[in-house]
Ligand binder design. Structure first.
Ligand code: MG
Length: 166
């Protein structure tokens, strides 16, 4: 069996006049995440973790933020594409773990829904997705409510005869 670990990180600014999307879920709030796409930094961090485990470069190399085709796109489309690549290569997702760092809004009421949304996108059980909600204790730009940041880690595994695996 081949086992691969991946790590992802992303941060986006919170600005007025944008809807807030995290993990593909619309969260009612008076501000949203700035971005070329929908700014969903949770999905972006998860994608980077998946890509990293596959030995690929970051999300921007695959879904450029200078490509007009990606403007305003939902990040769930990028996530479905990245999941398709890993399944095409014979990988399975063992588990994903995430840390969302946000001073506001309060996200704990949305964790169950976000995990379910991600599990559908990734075709895995919601039990295989970890999600911790942290504040930044008022420190720095996240503490000043200027941004939301996310860390994500993933373990992929593959069985079978690809690359003459034992
Ligand atoms: Mg991003």
């Amino acid at each position: 069996m081949k086992i691969k670990v991946g790590l992802g990180y992303d941060i986006h600014r919170l600005v007025e006049g944008r809807p807030l999307f995290l993990g593909g879920v619309h969260i009612p709030h008076n501000r949203g995440l700035l971005g070329h796409s929908d700014g969903d930094c949770l999905i972006h961090a998860v994608i980077d973790a998946l890509l990293g485990a596959m030995g690929e470069r970051d999300i921007g190399q695959h879904f450029s933020d200078s490509d007009p085709l990606n403007e305003g796109r939902r990040s769930t489309e990028f996530l479905e594409a990245a999941a398709g690549w890993l399944y095409d290569r014979g990988f399975q997702i063992a588990n994903i773990d995430t840390v969302i760092i946000a001073e506001e809004p309060k996200l704990n009421p949305y964790v169950k829904g976000i995990k379910e949304s991600l599990s559908v996108q990734l075709k895995i059980s919601a039990e295989d997705i970890g999600m911790k909600i942290k504040t930044n204790e008022g420190i720095g730009p996240i503490g000043r409510r200027e941004a939301i940041a996310v860390w994500a880690a993933v373990i992929l595994y593959s069985k079978g005869t690809q690359d003459n695996d034992e």
